[in-house]
Design a protein around this ligand. Structure first.
Ligand code: CP3
Length: 345
């Protein structure tokens, strides 16, 4: 096994961590903006396999990242299930809402998603042919709770209020939705793997707003179910879990759900994470995305600090969340150069 990302995911401590970035194909790159304009809009880009493969490859060509992440979105699955979805430029996603049992009635079943998602699987197949042999292809989906927050509210929300309200006010409907998402996510990711994804990542961007028992029930349990079923179907498949802003709930998470790698945000310290999390699994993440905007010595210092902190175990260098549209592409190169040149002990 020569691909560095797969080696880190298998638990190997490497002299230099492999690197990729959340949202590495995105608006900070002029070539992405040009291809998106050619596609017309964001969703048309997601459903055009040739162009989606093209934007997936752009950051690989420019920077030689060790992994490519399939270009798609976590909200394509709700759309495949029958939710309305559109993006308002400058604002973000809009969907039909779910406020009670009637909101579930129009939705399809877990096995009825594949016609709609066929272009995504085709993108994966194109990438398996076109990626350099040293680059690992990552597939992904949103975790049930995070996807549910958008399906319930019909948009992104600062505190996931509507989803918490449904969870507390009509728990039966809420749990029906979580179960449908859990089961359809298994089918969706399984098809990505069959098409050629070598690793899958589960994005639970809003896991941090689940506290206590709710975290165990709606972040941990669905991830565990998805991961154990995927591993049963695809033995040896490496899986990255990202329960963002989980804080102390990061402790033991990778082991409990069976993930090979825990992705962490930038609200926890790297030294704390190395001490408390790295013995369970490979660690990925932690650099604040804002450094990609501001650059300079602070970017260099923070990058070195993170590389140093995780040097004693398996580590994949990444940001704590997605790179933002105002980032400077030069700062990405500075980060990569810093990771690759950080003096080895
Ligand atoms: O990381 C990558 O390069 C792969 C592609 C990818 C996108 N979205 C492309 C995208 C991935 C892995 C995602 C995941 C995603 N999508 C998440 C989880 C990760 C996270 O960021 O917390 C979430 C919550 C979404 C839902 C979503 N998609 C929102 C809230 C938005 C609007 C916010 C924004 O940045 O504009 C999107 C749009 C989106 N998804 C863009 C991209 C490149 C920007 C769309 C554009 O080109 O206008």
């Amino acid at each position: 096994m020569t691909k560095t990302l797969l080696r880190a995911l298998a638990g190997e401590t490497l002299p230099n961590p492999p690197i990729w970035m959340m949202r590495q194909a995105g608006r900070y790159l002029p070539e992405y903006r040009a291809t998106r304009a050619e596609a017309g809009d964001f969703l048309s880009l997601c459903y055009n396999p040739d162009l989606a493969a093209e934007v997936t490859l752009q950051p690989i060509r420019r920077y030689g990242f060790d992994a490519a992440i399939l270009f798609a979105d976590i909200l394509l699955l709700p759309q495949a299930l029958g939710a309305d979805l559109w993006f308002v430029t400058g604002e973000g996603p809009r969907l039909s809402t779910i406020t009670g049992p009637e909101g579930m009635r129009g939705l399809k079943g877990k096995d009825d998603i594949h016609d709609h998602l066929a272009p995504v699987y085709e993108t994966v197949r194109i990438l398996t042919r076109e990626l350099p042999s040293e680059t690992t292809l990552i597939g992904f989906a949103g975790a049930p709770w995070t996807v549910a927050t958008y399906m319930i509210a019909g948009r992104g929300t600062p505190d996931q209020g509507p989803a918490h309200a449904l969870r507390e006010g009509d728990n039966a409907t809420f749990e029906t939705l979580i179960d449908l998402l859990t089961e359809s996510t298994i089918e969706y990711l399984s098809m990505q793997v069959e098409a050629g994804a070598e690793v899958v990542k589960l994005f639970d961007s809003w896991a941090g707003s689940l506290k206590g028992d709710a975290f165990a029930k709606y972040a941990l349990a669905p991830a565990k179910r998805i991961i154990s079923e995927l591993k049963a179907r695809h033995p040896g498949l490496p899986i990255i879990a990202f329960p963002r802003e989980a804080g102390d709930n990061y402790i033991g998470f990778a082991k409990a759900v069976g993930a090979d790698c825990l992705a962490i945000d930038n609200s926890v310290s790297a030294t704390w994470a190395a001490e408390n999390l790295q013995s369970d699994s490979c660690i990925q993440g932690n650099l604040a995305p804002g450094h990609m905007v501001t650059g300079g010595q602070a970017l260099i210092d923070e990058t070195r600090r993170i590389v140093e902190a995780f040097r004693g175990g398996p580590h994949i260098f990444n940001l704590g969340h997605g790179i933002t549209p105002d980032a400077d592409p030069e700062n990405v190169q500075l980060m990569i150069d810093t990771v690759r040149e950080t003096p080895k002990r």
